[in-house]
Design a protein around this ligand. Structure first.
Ligand code: COA
Length: 370
């Protein structure tokens, strides 16, 4: 059965936009995606200005005047550390229930055990728990026991430590921290919108962010970085870079990690992550190879689609950063969720302040009763 996607003229004069494109569905102080200028702004700071900030500092920025209490970077670091310890204790008994689930399904299950009644610090608990759970789930997939958090460490450092079982090099921690900061918030993307819709019903913060995770899980949203590595692997084993890319385009395929719905110029997040991987070149030549692929891909796309500016997107360098710091590709969506939880929680807090149920309308295009 066909549901019309094109707008059909309505007798009542209402408007319909497929995919809600161009519809402004919220006002926010949190972030602004300027696709024409290739600019991402988080509460008054351009993404480039946040380079070198800790994840805790960005949380402090996003939660400011929205959370019940304003905490600075040090205060958030302390509270996150304590919350990671609680999350670990809660999680252990539930681990056997994860058998047979994908990593993102396992994260969904663990988050769903958090009670919505813990209102005061639920935003802190959500961020802390997501990384504890994501690290334990990744280890479990490899048959390894979970690693207890170290509350004295920064959040990114402890996330990597919980993944590997030992503290990691400062440049790797820095790269993961840059990733978490880079993906912290990004306008009214699908998962953030889903989160806000649920928050607007006053269902509670955990219920809201689990809705966000469910939206992120889809391949059109958070599931893309894995295929970038699949493409790099295929080019590496099957032949030279340019002929491989040209053949893929000849077959009508898309080059993974290029193009974006909103950014018509460079994706500023790709630049931030490109800088973050620059120091991790000991990754078996992967980064040098990927840069060669990027140059050839951009040249070919410019030749083949001269009217369509197709640039490197965030997923290309996400794949390289997360692989270089040791996450398996099956974990990538959960690591994305660990960073985006910053934005989801801030949007829930903001939506709570707005206090208005989100309830759009649909246009009935079915038959009317005789
Ligand atoms: N490789 C090759 N061609 C591409 C392309 C890519 N990565 N991205 C877009 N194009 C081409 C399309 O084939 C289309 O060509 P046509 O007009 O000749 O048919 C044109 O550019 C417009 O494509 P469209 O699907 O309308 O672009 P979009 O802006 O809606 O799509 C993406 C955005 C991200 C879905 C798309 O660029 C894509 O599929 N990229 C690859 C997957 C990826 O990297 N995803 C992560 C996104 S962050």
């Amino acid at each position: 059965m066909n549901i019309p996607l094109k707008s059909i003229e309505s007798s009542t004069g209402d408007t319909f936009s497929p995919g809600l494109e161009g519809v402004v569905a919220a006002q926010t102080v949190l972030s602004h995606v300027d696709g024409a200028a290739g600019r991402l702004v988080l509460r008054g700071y351009q993404l480039e200005q946040l380079s070198g900030w800790s994840f805790e500092a960005v949380l402090s920025l996003l939660w400011r005047d929205l959370a019940p209490e304003n905490l600075d970077e040090a205060g958030i670091r302390k509270r996150l550390g304590a919350a990671r310890e609680v999350a670990f204790e809660r999680m252990v008994a539930a681990l056997p229930a994860l058998d047979g689930l994908s990593q993102v399904e396992a994260l969904r299950l663990l988050l769903s055990r958090l009670p919505d009644v813990e209102k005061e610090s639920h935003h802190v608990v959500a961020v802390a728990s997501t990384s504890v759970f994501a690290a334990a789930i990744a280890r479990r997939d490899r048959g390894l026991e979970p690693v207890r958090p170290d509350a004295s460490l920064g959040h990114a450092a402890d996330f990597l430590r919980m993944l590997h079982g030992a503290e990691q090099r400062a440049d790797k921690v820095r790269a993961l921290e840059t990733y978490l900061v880079t993906v912290a918030d990004h306008g009214l993307n699908a998962s953030t919108f889903a989160t806000r819709v649920i928050a607007s019903t006053q269902a509670g913060l955990f219920s809201s962010v689990i809705g966000g995770l469910c939206a992120l899980k889809g391949p059109l949203h958070g599931g893309a970085p894995g295929p970038v590595l699949d493409m790099l692997d295929a080019i590496g084993t099957e032949g030279d870079v340019r002929p491989w890319l040209a053949a893929a385009l000849d077959r009508g395929e898309r080059l993974m990690g290029f193009g974006h719905r909103i950014y018509r110029v460079r994706d500023p997040r790709a630049d931030a992550l490109k800088q973050a991987v620059a120091s991790l070149r000991d990754n078996g030549g992967r980064i040098d190879f990927a840069e060669k692929v990027e140059v050839e891909a951009l040249a070919l796309l410019a030749e083949r689609k001269p009217l369509r500016p197709l640039q490197t997107n965030v997923e290309f360098y996400t794949a390289l950063v997360l692989e270089a710091v040791g996450f398996p590709r099956e974990s990538f969506t959960n690591v994305f969720a660990s960073g985006r939880m910053a934005g989801w929680t801030a949007h829930v807090l903001e939506q709570d302040k707005v206090g208005r149920l989100i309830r759009p309308q649909s246009r009935y295009v079915g038959p009317m009763p005789a």
